[in-house]
Design a protein around this ligand. Structure first.
Ligand SMILES: Cc1cc2nc3c(=O)[nH]c(=O)nc-3n(C[C@H](O)[C@H](O)[C@H](O)COP(=O)(O)O)c2cc1C
Length: 215
């Protein structure tokens, strides 16, 4: 019999309870004329490990949706938990007119991508160049799933095996609605043991190994 008190939360708090629910990102895209667009998204989630695929949801009104449907590509740029870039995230989230380059408005630097026309953002520590796999519209929103074609990171911000140096990268999540200006940092990594001895352990490890074998 548990002695811990556990409380159900009302629906209006579910979003906050799931924080961090995904990474905050600035999605860059281009329109059919090649004009750059950038917008902030709190819903960026890596949904498949191998091949690496990233999803986010967007409103039906935005230029990001329009560009992605027209060009089938985008870049997810991940900021760190640093005030200056997070302020730029807020600027990129403002409703500028179509054709306005939010990177210029936010004082951010566009650098060319290797595989897509959408640029990377120099001030973001990580960049994922994506081709669209599928989109789905529901509840007045659109979910976008992208297949990563190339990914880059600030030199010296990952170890030789590609693991994040957490104290440098400082991943950042969104604290939950309605806090459009409040962010959460995750800075610790911990490898944990297996406090169970049974035949399922070796089977589980074998299946994990085959799942992650190319990573
Ligand atoms: C921190 C932050 C997170 C946001 N997350 C999302 C999101 O997950 N989905 C969404 O549709 N809009 C989100 N927005 C709002 C969009 O960035 C905003 O609507 C933007 O103007 C869309 O730009 P676009 O028209 O260039 O696509 C967020 C804004 C901020 C500041």
């Amino acid at each position: 019999m548990s002695t811990r008190e556990i409380v159900y939360q009302p629906e209006k708090y579910w979003d906050r309870l799931f924080a961090p629910g995904g990474h905050v990102g600035i999605v860059t895209s281009v329109d059919t004329q090649g004009r750059v667009n950038a917008a902030s998204y709190a819903t960026c989630v890596r949904i498949v490990h191998n091949p690496v695929q990233i999803a986010f949801t967007t409103s039906m009104k935005g230029h990001t949706r329009e560009n992605i449907l027209a060009t089938n590509e985008f870049v997810v740029n991940l900021p760190s938990f640093e005030r200056k870039i997070l302020e730029a995230v807020r600027v990129a989230g403002l409703p500028f007119e179509k054709g306005v380059n939010e990177l210029e408005k936010a004082g951010l630097t566009a650098i060319p991508s290797q595989t897509v026309k959408s640029p990377r953002i120099e001030e973001c520590t990580r960049h994922f160049e994506c081709e669209v796999v599928w989109t789905k519209e529901w509840l007045g929103r659109m979910m976008v799933v992208g297949n990563v074609l190339a990914a880059s990171v600030w030199a010296g911000y990952v170890d030789s095996k590609g693991y994040l140096l957490w104290d440098k990268i400082k991943p950042v999540a969104f604290a939950g609605a309605p806090y459009f200006n409040t962010f959460v940092a995750a800075t610790e990594i911990m490898s944990v043991g297996m406090p169970y001895e049974g035949p399922e352990v070796s089977a589980g490890e074998a299946s994990n190994r085959s799942y992650f074998e190319d990573i």
